[in-house]
Write a protein that binds this ligand. Structure first.
Ligand code: NI
Length: 226
């Protein structure tokens, strides 16, 4: 019995095996940021053909664990605790301001868009899609801010955050997505209760910042396996 429990998990396909192996190594920091992932090396090391390696790298890219760099191929995503903290500081400034300015101008059509995106998020299994939907949900609530350059900044920073969100969801599971905050923010915006909506957004961003900081802190403590 003990032997059975200790047996490595079985993968249904070679792609799943490659994806899980690389994912664990990246999330645990055994493969450092910027490390090139050459298909032929991985195929040889894991004793699989190149096709499942290519497919696994594509899946990892959708989870923001791997970046496709022109002329270089796949490399381990370059993200860090310091860069995440920087991104959260910007989000806290620009998004709070965008939401505050936007709420008085939001109409039923904006609330309907936001509600539709919440429903899509609840049903979406893929981390890559979830990140995109999260970004669109936030932008829907800021749509009437009337400050195009501010919104450009917000959108750009949400794109940076999206990488962290996908990375985090890959590590901790999609149920960690803070849907309750989204619902509360939308309800407050509907009531034109700007103070509450802003407080929920600040909490939403702070919680994500803490979760991601804790993830990086835990990772640096971990000794490389093997
Ligand atoms: Ni969100």
């Amino acid at each position: 019995m003990a032997k059975l429990l200790e047996a490595p998990p079985r993968w249904r396909t070679a792609t799943e095996y490659v994806e899980a192996t690389l994912k664990a190594a990246i999330l645990e920091g055994r493969l450092a940021a910027g490390t090139p992932l050459r298909q032929e090396d991985i195929a040889r090391d894991l004793q699989v053909s190149r096709m499942p390696v290519r497919e696994a790298l594509r899946q990892l890219e959708a989870q923001a664990l791997v970046d496709a760099v022109p002329h270089k191929g796949a490399v381990v995503t370059d993200i860090s605790a310091a860069d995440a903290a920087d991104s959260f500081a910007i989000r806290r400034g620009v998004e709070v301001e965008a939401l505050r300015l936007s709420i008085p101008g939001l109409g039923e059509e904006d609330f309907a868009v936001a509600e539709g995106l919440m429903a899509e998020m609840a049903a979406e299994p893929e981390a890559g899609q979830l990140g995109l939907l999260n970004r669109r949900f936030h932008m829907a609530l800021y749509a009437k801010a009337g400050r195009p350059r501010l919104l450009q900044l917000v959108d750009r920073e949400l794109a940076v955050f999206d990488r962290y969100l996908r990375f985090f969801l890959a590590a901790r599971g999609r149920e960690r997505m803070a849907q309750q905050d989204h619902a509360e923010m939308l309800e407050a915006a509907r009531r034109r209760d700007t103070a509450t909506a802003v407080a929920v957004l600040e909490r939403h961003i702070d919680t994500a910042a803490r979760d991601i900081a804790a993830f990086f802190a835990g990772r640096s403590d971990r000794r490389p396996a093997g």
